[in-house]
Design a protein around this ligand. Structure first.
Ligand code: GLN
Length: 451
């Protein structure tokens, strides 16, 4: 049914980069066989999932929405991919995204834009916009994403879905094409909190293939999503996430959400996290720095595209021509920014300072979590904006991540749940719930009580 639905609507939405009916149906049949032979695959056996094209998959191409990886077939499955298969989920196809996960609108894909099912003239969020659009358009009940600065929570918010950014190291980066390794976190999209928790649990947990994977049990997110009671929980409203740049209807729905939490028995207080105002600036030094280093591997020799290799050019020329042709403008901007910030002479002023700011943000969270169990804010300052509106203005685009970035810099857990439609445009608004590292279950407990 989901394959039929995708065949019917994906021409308008463009959520998928690759969809393969036969491969999907073969997976479904093999799940049937495993179940028939008595295998206990868990609650998601046979459930279809749309998979972000940043995770390697042996049976489908993997491009990270870049021309530089066009046609590349990975020789191995990412850990997230392998765990989806083990749990009997059926991978329908690979979803569109901003190239190498750099963006907030899915307009930076080398393979065209994805449209928001709520309004086809608007962005579905990004970078995991193909995943959010696929679930919002009923092309899949579940989807995977990655969140480096907000790329699951913001698309979930603007498409009216639930999206989680697990604790950093709680879900494996093995086989996830790297953007900013100290921030990248795989996580789930779903239509409700319990479904998101089930998917979260299915692919998370310790992975010896990822050196930053946490060797601890997965937080009890499913149990928390079922509990859905927040009597006596202490909830902090982050004071800094309001004011200029916030759409009035977003703030209105957010304040109503806070009142709802209070009426459910939570104790709400205002909390100040003064360093959060500098998070965006620090992120846009740290993430490009790591990107410039990670993307050095695309050298025209090892993967994908190789241009102008006619025997007359040096390896260096082929490499440079291939990177010029294979990377899109936003990726080049990040590589240049990062290379500059890491250069000797500038390192301390830029990268070094950004790392100090990162520590201050961690301390703000630590101080806040002494007094409250979770923090809440709007997930994004605005609802889905029109396609093209911010395409030529990187600063305006970067502001979409204002509320989500501090969590990535600190390595904490956060969840976005729908909190109604903005009165001025009738588009979905997201409520962000943030918790300390390894306390992901708290975000699900509050999210489930709220929804
Ligand atoms: N929009 C942010 C960026 O462009 C975050 C991206 C992400 O989380 N992958 O870097």
């Amino acid at each position: 049914a989901f394959l039929d639905r995708a065949a019917e609507v994906d021409g308008d939405i463009s959520a998928f980069l690759h969809i393969d009916r036969e491969t999907a149906l073969a997976q479904a049949r093999s799940v049937d066989t495993r179940l028939a032979s008595g295998a206990d695959l868990g609650p998601l056996a046979g459930v279809p999932v749309a998979h972000k094209d940043v995770f390697t998959t042996v049976d489908m191409p993997t491009t990270a929405a870049s021309k530089i990886l066009e046609g590349w077939r990975p020789p191995y499955d990412a850990t997230v991919t392998a765990r989806l298969r083990e749990a009997g989920l059926v991978i329908l196809g690979k979803t569109n995204m901003d190239e190498f996960a750099m963006g907030s609108s899915t307009e930076n894909s080398a393979y065209g834009v994805t449209r928001n099912p709520w309004d086809l003239a608007r962005i579905p969020g990004g970078s995991s916009g193909g995943s959010s659009a696929a679930v919002a358009a009923f092309e899949a009940p579940l989807a995977t994403g990655t969140d480096t600065g907000g790329s699951i929570r913001q698309p979930a918010a603007v498409c009216g879905l639930v999206g989680a950014k697990p604790t950093y190291g709680g879900s494996s980066r093995y086989g996830l094409i790297a953007f900013a390794s100290s921030l990248d976190t795989p996580g789930p999209f779903a239509r409700n909190v319990l479904d998101a928790a089930l998917l979260h649990e299915a692919f998370s947990g310790h992975d010896p293939h990822d050196s930053t994977s946490i060797d601890a049990p997965v937080p009890p997110v499913v149990e928390a999503a079922k509990r859905a009671d927040i009597e006596g929980m202490r909830i902090g409203v982050v004071k800094e996430f309001a004011g200029e740049g916030y759409q009035p209807g977003v703030l209105q729905r957010f304040h109503e959400a806070v009142e709802t939490l209070e009426s459910l028995g939570a104790k709400v207080v205002e909390v100040s996290c003064p360093s959060f105002d500098t998070a965006l600036a620090a992120y846009y030094l740290i993430a490009p720095s790591e990107c410039s280093s990670n993307l050095a591997r695309f050298d025209a020799m090892r993967y994908g595209l190789r241009v102008e290799d006619d025997g007359t050019r040096s390896a260096e020329e082929v490499m440079s021509l291939t990177r010029a042709k294979g990377f899109g403008p936003e990726v080049k901007r990040r590589i240049m920014l990062g290379t500059y910030a890491l250069s000797s002479g500038y390192y301390d002023a830029y990268y070094g300072s950004a790392q100090q700011v990162r520590t201050l943000i961690k301390r703000d969270f630590e101080a806040a979590f002494k007094d409250v169990d979770v923090l809440v804010s709007p997930t994004a300052p605005t609802t889905a904006f029109p396609i093209g509106e911010r395409a030529d203005d990187p600063m305006a685009m970067y502001l979409a991540d204002l509320c989500t970035i501090p969590t990535n810099l600190a390595g904490n857990a956060a969840l976005s749940v729908p909190c109604g439609l903005a009165p001025e445009d009738g588009l979905p608004v997201g409520l962000q719930i943030m918790a300390p590292a390894l306390a992901d279950d708290r975000t699900y407990r509050v999210g489930a009580a709220f929804e």
